[in-house]
Design a protein around this ligand. Structure first.
Ligand SMILES: [Zn+2]
Length: 451
């Protein structure tokens, strides 16, 4: 069996693991690179194997850093099935066409304003390509054994990260491989905790927060304090959020804080029709998380959703205190970029990040305290309060990751740490090596292993 890390190695985006045996190829996840330019360029570089030679793709969840390269893979000639849980497919039907729209809009915007060095800037793929890719999806259920490609059998287990998210247990000849994918925390407000891992020879573990400790209760208190402080000074709290997962958790958290009078009853705006649609999917798939269908419906009570462009643009001129949740979570593009231009320049407002901000993103720069960032070719001074709430992210922290892997029924032969920036991955590697003595390493981009 061969393993090749085509993304999500030494970084948190672009996750793709190619597993190969006896001439058959299975690609686990097909993520888009985001953040640093040298990473984003990988989206344009040639795949190390012809896309048409891949038998099947298995998607662990719908987030773009795990699914967003799929339309491009199809454009490059991939014709096989794409396996995912029903909830992941439902979310991909919202997220992938939107990704195509965003990529197209950003290229057009760059061409119009002339801030691109490429003439003309081209989108990686269009909405139409994304819709074509969706035709290749096939449903697979949690806990059921199936054969995604000849010689591979696999089983998905709930990973507690976002609706439909799965860890993958793969058997291939005499070897077994477990890929955690993104793992949720034990105390996530919406998702159930990830199920304990099944024994495997080789384990691929995510390490996004491999060097951080966080709890959702503390993050909720900090969110309440931020909202109270900002509203008291007449400001708006802008929360960049992924349409699937973080938006629902935030809407639920805000509703709970209002119900218990921990924050004032200020207006809540959601600039993402996709996030509103994803919230309805949480309602439909209530068996997959902790909340009732009614609690999911209540997330959108009194929330002003911007549907039209005019409604979205009007959100740049709010003159009373409020909370503005907008996509995307890494604040690099999408709708929230326009709001950052409007609100980051004024010290009355606050920008609260809930997701991990990958190196090279605007969010990472703002959290590092950089006083000016460039948005749509224009320098913006950051005067608003900028805070991070990692406890509201969809990821387990250092301890959560250790607890999960230490629940393995037997020692693995090797642990590979993925989906983490170098410091986070190495901190987790050190902890696993010291506590368990298991061989553990951090693979590099394009590294090829013969197992
Ligand atoms: Zn994810």
């Amino acid at each position: 069996m061969q393993l090749r890390f085509l993304g999500g190695a030494g970084s948190v985006t672009g996750t793709k693991v190619l597993v190969e045996r006896d001439g058959h190829r299975l690609l686990i996840d097909c993520g888009l690179f985001q953040g640093l330019k040298q990473l984003r360029l990988h989206n344009w570089s040639a795949m190390p194997v012809p896309s048409a030679s891949i038998d099947a793709v298995l998607l662990t969840h719908a987030h773009i850093d795990h699914s967003g390269f799929l339309p491009r893979l199809v454009e490059l000639g991939f014709k096989g099935p794409v396996y995912a849980t029903q909830a992941t497919i439902d979310l991909c039907q919202l997220l992938l066409p939107e990704a195509g729209q965003l990529l197209t809009a950003e290229a057009e915007f760059a061409n119009q304003l002339g801030y691109t060095k490429h003439a003309p800037a081209l989108p990686l793929y269009s909405e139409q390509s994304a819709r074509l890719a969706l035709e290749q999806f096939r449903v697979c259920e949690f806990d059921q054994l199936f054969e995604p490609a000849p010689g591979f059998s696999c089983r998905l287990a709930p990973a507690g990260h976002v609706l439909g998210a799965a860890s993958v247990h793969l058997r291939c000849g005499e070897h077994s491989l477990l890929f955690s994918s993104d793992l949720g925390g034990q105390d996530d407000l919406v998702m159930k905790a990830p199920v304990p891992p099944e024994a495997a020879d080789f384990v691929l573990l995510e390490s996004t927060y491999g060097n951080q400790r966080h709890r959702s209760t503390e993050a909720l208190t900090r969110l309440a304090k931020t909202i109270n402080r900002t509203c008291a000074r007449g400001g708006v709290v802008v929360v960049p959020a992924y349409a699937a997962g973080r938006a629902q958790l935030l809407l639920h958290a805000i509703r709970q804080l209002k119900n218990t009078a921990r924050i004032p009853d200020v207006p809540v705006y959601l600039n993402s029709p996709i996030a509103a649609a994803a919230t309805r999917l949480y309602q439909q798939h209530a068996e997959l998380h902790r909340l009732s269908a009614d609690a999911c419906a209540a997330m959108l009570d009194d929330v002003n959703v911007a549907h039209t462009e005019a409604e979205a643009m009007a959100l740049n001129h709010l003159d009373t205190p409020g909370i503005l949740v907008a996509t995307e979570g890494v604040a690099n593009g999408g709708r929230v970029a326009h709001h950052l231009k409007a609100y980051a320049v004024d010290a009355r407002h606050a920008i609260a990040f809930t997701a991990h901000q990958p190196a090279g993103t605007r969010g990472a720069a703002m959290l590092a305290g950089i006083p000016r960032v460039k948005i749509h070719g224009e320098w913006i001074d950051i005067r608003a309060e900028v805070i991070s709430l990692p406890g509201l992210s969809g990821h387990a922290d250092h301890q959560g990751l250790l607890d999960w892997i230490e629940a393995l029924p037997r020692a693995p032969r090797h642990v590979y740490l993925m989906h983490g920036e170098p410091e986070a991955a190495d901190s987790l590697r050190q902890a696993i090596t010291e506590r368990q003595g298991w061989p553990c390493s951090v693979p590099e981009y394009l590294e090829l292993l013969y197992l």
